[in-house]
Write a protein that binds this ligand. Sequence first.
Ligand SMILES: Nc1ncnc2c1ncn2[C@@H]1O[C@H](COP(=O)(O)OP(=O)(O)OP(=O)(O)O)[C@@H](O)[C@H]1O
Length: 235
Amino acid sequence: MITPLLAIKALTSGYGSAAVLHEVSLNVNKAEIVAVLGKNGMGKSTLLKTIMGFVRPLSGQITFAGKEVTRAAPNVMARAGLAHAPQEHTLFQDLTVEDNLRVGVISDRVFRQRLPEVEVVFPRMIERLGQRAGTLSGGEQKMLLMSRALIAHPQIMLVDEISEGLQPTMVHRMGEALTRARDELGIAVLLVEQHLDFALSVSDRVAIMKLGEIVEEGASRELAGGGRLVAHLAV
Ligand SMILES: Nc1ncnc2c1ncn2[C@@H]1O[C@H](COP(=O)(O)OP(=O)(O)OP(=O)(O)O)[C@@H](O)[C@H]1O
C-alpha cells in the first residue's frame, strides 16, 4: 500500500468550541490532485486552514510525509513542505510581482534557484516581474498567489477556490497550471472548490463536503457525468 503524503484522520475542527468540520478523513498521495467540492460555508477553507495550522483541531490526526503534524504551527508546516494559496487577497498590492515572490524565500540565491520552477507553471509571471501586483488582472493576481506558494518549493499546495470570479479561459489556464505542477514538478495539490466542472477536469480524486463532513469520495473520472455530484451541490 502507498503511504499517503498527507493523511487526515477523523479531523474535527472549528472556531472556539464550535465545530465546523466533523471527523473528516482524507488522503492525498504524492503528485496527486484531490479536489474537495462544496457550497459556501460548508467548511472547505476551514479544512485548509486547519491542515496549515492556522486553526487548531479539536480532535483527530494530521500526518504529513509520515510524521504527525496535528498541532504544528504554520511556519513549521511551511518548512515541512506545505504551501497555502488562500482565498483572501494577501498580496502586497504596492510591491512588484518580484518583491511579492521574494517574500516567500529566504535569500536572493534561493529566489534565483526557484524562479525556473515558477516559470514551468506560470510563464506569464516571469514576464511581469517588474509590474506592481495591484495592477495585475484578477486572474493574474491569483496566478501570483499560486506562484508565491510554488516558490516555497512545496511537496503539496493547498489551494482555496482558485477559479472563483474568473472567466472560463482563465479557469482553463489555472487547470493547466495545476496539472503542470503535478506532472512536471511532482507537486501534490489539495484544492477546495465550488466549480464542479473545473474540479472534475483537473483532479484525480474528488470529495464532496457538506456541513463539515465528507459525504462522497471517488475517482474524478468515475464520478464525472453522474448526477449525484450535481445534486449534492444544488442550492
Ligand atoms: N474566523 C472564524 N470565526 C468563526 N466562524 C468562522 C470563522 N471562519 C469561518 N467561520 C464559519 O465556519 C463555517 C465554514 O466556513 P468556511 O470558510 O470554512 O466555509 P467554505 O466552505 O470555505 O465557504 P466559502 O466558500 O464561503 O468560504 C461558516 O459557517 C463560517 O461562518
